[in-house]
Write a new protein. Structure first.
Length: 115
């Protein structure tokens, strides 16, 4: 059974930073398959950051240069460092992993960017 638990969300002012964490347990196989998504109110869920099969990283255009995805294999944790936050980054952030064509999701953590 795969479990993903996000943490680190909260209220932050524009220009501020937050660090989200996703703790993974179960048959994960590889943290390289982990991704971060977000869903803003009234909008569809969108991919924010992911690792590529070559070991690099991919980001949505809207967060490039501001967000960084990283992993700690020893702790089975994937993080999302978010800097220079904007009000439009307000959303519930989810971590995801697809294993054998099955998507597993955490319950999400809310990030609110507001003054």
């Amino acid at each position: 059974q795969v479990q993903l638990v996000e943490s680190g969300g909260g209220l932050v002012q524009p220009g501020g930073s937050l660090r989200l964490s996703c703790a993974a347990s179960g048959s994960i196989f590889s943290l390289n398959a982990m991704k971060w998504y977000r869903q803003a109110p009234g909008k569809e869920r969108e991919l924010v950051a992911a690792f590529t099969s070559g070991g690099s990283t991919n980001y949505a255009d809207s967060v490039k240069g501001r967000f960084t995805i990283s992993k700690d294999n020893a702790k089975n944790t994937v993080c999302l460092q978010m800097n220079s936050l904007k009000p439009e980054d307000t959303a519930v952030y989810y971590c995801n992993i697809r294993i054998f064509a099955v998507d597993f999701w955490g319950k999400g953590t809310l990030v609110t960017v507001s003054s």
